[in-house]
Design a protein around this ligand. Structure first.
Ligand code: ADP
Ligand code: MG
Length: 248
């Protein structure tokens, strides 16, 4: 197996609180890798430390063979690692197309085009059109984001994060606040796109049934530490995981 992302001894402390405790992670290239765990387990912190939103207290992050530990977010993005946030970052006053185009242009400016593959050389406008098609919002390209219902906003947000043509897309609870139907369709959409566009997907998602059905690998965090890791079958059979979820 070849890992696109590795963390080694990754630790993040907030004063005396250990939010991430000595985390060794290997995310296989091309896989769907989910991170689960109870509230406060350290999932968002892990994403923040990997993507440069927070500096790790200890440990290293290696992406595509490069040491990206402690790099600021825009430099991490230039390496081909994109992320979304739990809170949506759509520009309300802009149309769907403008939102995606701006993100695509940012990716263009940021990408070291030397090592970008040929299919990524499409102009930002074309890329933006293609993404709106992919997320099912092409016929609403000229509508302002403020007119979008919640579920469509979240899809637009995913489109924005994809616009930089990442090698790895990290989504922190992309379906938070969605009903069951939207949740399923959104996750299926993201996974289909990861296959079509060839990016690795890392996901924090609270719906365990969905996580179990789409993940190649699942990492379970509790109290900042990895308590289990493996295939959905392995993780769901793990007694420590069952205790963490049932509180028993
Ligand atoms: P999760 O995403 O799994 O719910 P978080 O990573 O958001 O968990 O939080 C892990 C722990 O770190 C929690 O106890 C949380 O209160 C704490 N924490 C997160 N961010 C900060 C911060 N910026 N300052 C202090 N404590 C934080
Ligand atoms: Mg979180």
């Amino acid at each position: 197996m070849s890992a696109i992302l590795e963390t080694d001894g990754l630790t993040k402390r907030f004063a005396s609180l250990v939010a991430n405790d000595d985390i060794d992670l290997a995310v296989e290239d091309g896989s769907t890798h989910s991170v689960i765990g109870p509230n406060g387990a350290g999932k968002s912190t892990l994403f923040n430390v990997i993507t440069g939103m927070l500096e790790p207290t200890e440990g290293t992050v290696t992406f595509n063979g490069d040491d990206i530990t402690g790099l600021p977010p825009h430099k991490v993005a230039r390496h081909g690692l994109a992320r979304s946030f739990q809170i949506t970052d759509v520009f309300d006053g802009l149309t769907a197309l403008e939102n995606v185009r701006i993100a695509a242009q940012y990716g263009e400016a940021g990408a070291g085009s030397m090592w970008r593959s040929a299919d990524r050389l499409a102009a930002p406008e074309e890329r933006a059109d293609g993404i709106l098609e992919d997320i099912g919002l092409a016929d609403r390209a000229e509508q302002r984001a403020s007119e979008f219902a919640y579920g469509d906003r979240r899809k637009l947000e995913i489109g924005i994060t994809m616009a930089t043509d990442p090698d790895l897309l990290m989504l922190d609870e992309p379906t938070a606040g969605m009903g069951r139907e939207d949740t399923v369709s959104t996750i299926q959409l993201v996974q289909r796109l990861s296959e079509e566009r060839g990016f690795t997907l890392m996901l924090i998602e609270h719906d365990l049934e969905i996580v179990m059905s789409i993940s190649d690998t699942i990492t379970v965090l509790q109290g900042g530490a990895v308590i289990s890791e493996g295939s959905p079958e392995e993780v769901s059979a793990d007694e420590e995981v069952q205790r963490a979820y049932l509180g028993g």
